[in-house]
Design a protein around this ligand. Structure first.
Ligand code: ME8
Length: 515
């Protein structure tokens, strides 16, 4: 087993069905997890649902359902979305699970033992939609029309509450940010957070008494933990805290992948809780951008939510995955529309990579009875195109290592384009009669190139790239296999034959209702 690598997504509020933003985050984390598995890392990937808090209580009240029932029903929709999208999570955590209660109460006790928790009275503004407290100075508007910086309504709250001494952590946090430039990414998010912490930190209200849907505060009847305390702790629960057994090797997490709206919770509150409890901090908190629908924000309350399962059905899971990772520059906002997905997928998957594989393999199936081409007579052009593919695959690897996902895929596409230019220039269909030796060398070059390109793109389109590799009889799919040239002789020796291939990346049509 390689070095442990722990990646998490945010855990979603199951107060409604998943939308494309949830799908985007899960897909991005999945591609990163698959990429690191390919590199031989001992990967742990966690996602799940955040089931406590006032938002859940209020939604349940509105729908007339018991809150536990709402949480269970909607949580299963999020899990189904993940399964549908081929998300390779190791654990789908629900914060209502018993080991999560134990972890949350353990971190609470550790913060209490440090002297960082005290009982007082909270009076201030709370946004149920964000499950967040805001200072008066952060709000806009007047009276009942006051809004949080996220544009959500706030309500005046006054109750007895436990407080966390967040104010004690201003300097330790700033020191940590300075010593670890990659702790908050991308840069814009980091700057935002540094400015926020430099502006001063107030102690944080960390328990509620006005409802009981939460993790009970140990030794304090009537108090449940503020939902973010238990929610953030899910990352520790997944690594086996507090027992610290075998799974503890995954801690600290390498990447908490979250959306830009919740960076403050992950990059200020969470490291402060961990510092207080004496637990190592995660390596990177990455705040990705939002997926907007035709440029507009989408939310459950605005009612313009795009259902990811419907999209996957209409376009295919891998098409959706490819589009989101390729079109949205990672760390920035991106826009979704049916036209954009059809255009991108047709140009790059159907017409480029798919066509390359289809033309080459069906030609071999038909003209060589599926036998792998011989060495033939090689030419400078063969080495050149292989070199371009090697460079493209290495650039994808570098991009994914650095979390520049869209740039990595773009570089991979350059390798595909190089192959398509090569096949057009070499025209193996013409060589069949005039120069069969040359034809063999060209086809052999293409088979080698297609295999490398398919392995490299596996994390993005696991099912389809896997099928291309199946058609080639190529079993080894880790990074080392990309560079393994011995593969070709071995597959020839095995007698494997390429069957007439079915097209793997169909051309998409715009669904009638979307046009
Ligand atoms: O925030 N595009 O849950 P959530 C991209 N329970 N990402 C989006 C998005 C969009 N349009 N809308 C939301 C919560 N997201 C908390 C997290 S973690 C300990 C607790 C992202 O269901 C959002 O930024 O509101 C977050 O990372 C995730 O979806 C879940 O959002």
């Amino acid at each position: 087993m390689g070095d442990p690598f722990y990646i998490t997504t945010a855990i979603s509020y199951p107060n409604g069905r998943p939308h494309i933003g949830h799908a985007y985050e899960a897909i991005a984390a999945d591609a990163i997890a698959r990429f690191h598995r390919q590199a031989g890392r001992d990967v742990r990937f966690q996602t799940g649902t955040d089931e406590h808090g006032l938002k859940m209580v209020q939604t349940a009240r509105d729908t007339g359902q018991p809150v536990a029932e709402l949480a269970a029903e909607m949580s299963s929709c999020f899990k189904a979305m993940c399964d549908n999208l081929n998300i390779s999570y190791d654990r789908f955590i629900r914060t209502t699970e018993p080991d999560h209660y134990a972890a949350s109460q353990a971190i609470w006790r550790a913060m209490e033992a440090k002297g960082d928790l005290y009982l007082s009275r909270y009076e201030g503004w709370y946004s149920v939609r964000d499950e967040a407290y805001y200072d008066e100075k952060e709000l806009t508007g007047e009276g009942d029309a006051r809004l949080s910086p996220q544009g959500t309504p706030v309500e005046w709250t006054a109750e007895e509450s436990w407080f966390f001494r967040l104010s004690n952590y201003q300097q330790p946090l700033l020191d940590h940010f300075a010593a670890n430039p990659d702790f908050i990414r991308p840069e814009t998010r980091r700057n935002e957070i540094v400015r926020f912490v430099e502006g001063g930190l107030s102690d944080l209200s960390v328990s509620r008494t006005s409802f009981d849907w939460g993790v009970p505060v140990p030794g304090s009847d009537g108090h449940v933990m503020y939902v973010w305390v238990d929610a953030l702790t899910n990352y520790l629960t997944g690594a086996g805290y507090p027992e610290k057994g075998d799974d503890w090797r995954y801690w600290p997490a390498d990447i908490h992948l979250i959306g830009k709206d919740i960076v403050r919770f992950h990059a200020v509150y969470w490291p402060a809780f961990l510092l207080s409890a004496g637990i190592a901090l995660p390596t990177t908190v990455f705040g990705h951008g939002f997926v907007l629908q035709r440029g507009e924000k989408m939310s459950k309350s605005l009612g313009n939510v795009v259902d990811p399962d419907g999209l996957a059905k209409a376009f295919g899971v891998d098409a959706l995955r490819y589009f989101l990772l390729r079109d949205v520059s990672f760390g920035h906002d991106g826009s979704y529309s049916p036209e954009a997905i059809v255009a991108r997928v047709n140009a790059e998957l159907a017409n480029s990579f798919g066509n390359l594989a289809q033309r080459t393999l069906s030609f071999i199936a038909k003209n060589l009875a599926g036998a792998f081409p011989d060495t033939g007579r090689s030419d400078e052009a063969d080495g050149m195109v292989i070199e371009q593919v090697v460079v493209a695959c290495a650039a994808l690897k570098a991009g994914f290592t650095d979390l520049s996902l869209s740039q990595g895929i773009e570089a991979w596409m350059r390798g595909v384009f190089a192959c398509n230019q090569y096949i057009d220039a070499q025209a193996p269909w013409a060589l069949r009669k005039t120069d069969p030796e040359r034809m063999h060398a060209v086809l052999r070059t293409l088979v080698r190139a297609i295999r490398m390109l398919a392995i490299a793109i596996l994390p993005v389109v696991p099912q389809s790239a896997g099928k291309v590799l199946d058609q080639l009889g190529a079993d080894a799919r880790d990074h080392a296999a990309i560079d393994d040239d011995g593969w070709y002789d071995a597959i020839v020796a095995s007698g494997f034959r390429i069957a007439s291939p079915t097209p793997i990346f169909p051309r998409l049509e715009l669904p009638v209702e979307a046009a």
